[in-house]
Design a protein around this ligand. Structure first.
Ligand code: PLP
Length: 354
């Protein structure tokens, strides 16, 4: 990039931090003092500003509310023991954001606006990155169509924004999971690989049904046979079978390519496991469970890092696990957190310093 990016900054007069503490705050409920906002008009991004966090003014005809051109990302910033702030693999999220944008017929966001805007915003609100153990600052970049026009066509205007939310430890109790055979999250040719808002909207009813039946989440299966495993809730899924870690492969475009998934693959390999990215069916899982070879099952994602699965129900077959005996998932979680909180050397170049 040649021309320096012009980001105007308007600061709050008084920080909300004066009235609150960051200890043990729930996920996604509190936001920092500032936000980033940019407009796409006439084929270019303009009005890039950082300003006090505030409500948006919009017309009821706002295109995103009607036709769902809306995408987002989820990233985290961490503070190390020396007080320095780092973001975990934000370039991967930036690249994925633009993959989502293209699938939803939205403009891509230039790296300068996404990365430098994010860096400036976090730097300005850096007091909001908690220093308590297992706390972090959740970063939510998002984009939505903003034409005030009802009519099914790609919007001509869009808004790109970044908001920040400090968060306490995400206590993820081991989950009971229901293998979904009625509803579908994603089909080949669909939008499963993009992080668009509608994927989440569509998952809420099936998840509510699973909750009603006593489960925490669903394990999504393929759209045709409901046999091939995709993801668990809004996380990627891993199965430890013998000494091999198996995770569903990406070629069908039905799986969100998680940054945590990729990090887990790298770290599991370093731990000496064999990694297989391939199709895996529920029948194979049941077979391996029956002969005692299905050792561990867990989900991966930015919010919880690693979520253990203590029970999987498929038809009348129930697989139960004593997660207290597990070695691999807890070790993986520890290693990922050691990298994030800068307790070990960052040998992969994953940490982006603010
Ligand atoms: C965001 C997301 C994930 C996890 O991705 P990370 O980059 O690891 O946070 C997995 N599955 C779905 C459906 C998601 O939306």
């Amino acid at each position: 990039m040649t021309a320096a990016l012009d980001i105007s900054v308007t600061k709050v007069e008084r920080s909300k931090l004066n009235e609150m503490t960051l200890e043990n705050i729930p996920f996604g409920k509190y936001f920092t003092d500032h936000m980033l906002e940019a407009d796409y008009e006439n084929g270019e991004w303009k009005n890039v500003e950082i300003k006090p966090y505030q409500p948006l003014l919009m017309e009821p005809s706002l295109a995103a509310l009607h036709y769902g051109q809306a995408i987002f990302e989820g990233i985290k910033a961490y503070r190390n023991a020396a007080g320095e702030a780092f973001v975990f693999r934000p370039l991967d999220n930036f690249n994925r954001f633009n993959i989502s944008a293209e699938r939803m017929q939205m403009p891509t966001v230039p790296e300068e606006i996404f990365m430098e805007g994010m860096r400036m915003l976090i730097d300005l609100d850096s007091n909001w990155i908690p220093s308590m153990p297992e706390h972090s600052l959740y970063i939510r970049p998002f984009m939505f169509s903003s034409d005030p026009v009802i009519g099914v066509k790609p919007s001509e205007t869009y808004k790109f924004m970044i908001i920040l939310s400090p968060t306490g430890p995400y206590y993820a109790a081991p989950m009971k999971i229901y293998v979904e055979e009625t509803y579908t999250r994603a089909a080949p040719g669909g939008v499963g690989f993009s992080k668009n808002a509608g994927n989440y909207g569509a998952s809420m009813h099936p998840t509510a049904m699973a909750r009603k039946a006593g489960y925490d989440q669903v394990l999504w299966t393929d759209a045709f046979e409901h046999k091939y495993l995709q993801e668990v809730g809004t996380m990627n899924v891993f199965f430890i079978i013998g000494n091999t870690a198996v995770t569903p492969s990406l070629e069908d475009g039905t799986i969100l390519e998680g940054v945590t998934r990729d990090s887990a693959i790298t770290v599991l390999r370093e731990m000496g496991l064999t990694i297989e990215e391939r199709k895996i069916s529920i029948d194979e899982l049941v077979r391996e469970h029956a002969i005692g070879q299905l050792k561990e099952v867990f989900g991966t994602g930015t919010a919880a890092t690693i979520s253990l699965i203590k029970e999987l129900k498929y038809k009348d077959y129930v697989m139960k696990f004593d997660t207290d005996l597990w070695k691999i998932a807890p070790e993986l979680k520890k290693r990922l957190n050691d990298i994030r909180y800068n307790r070990v050397e960052d040998t992969h170049g994953w940490m982006y310093k603010i």
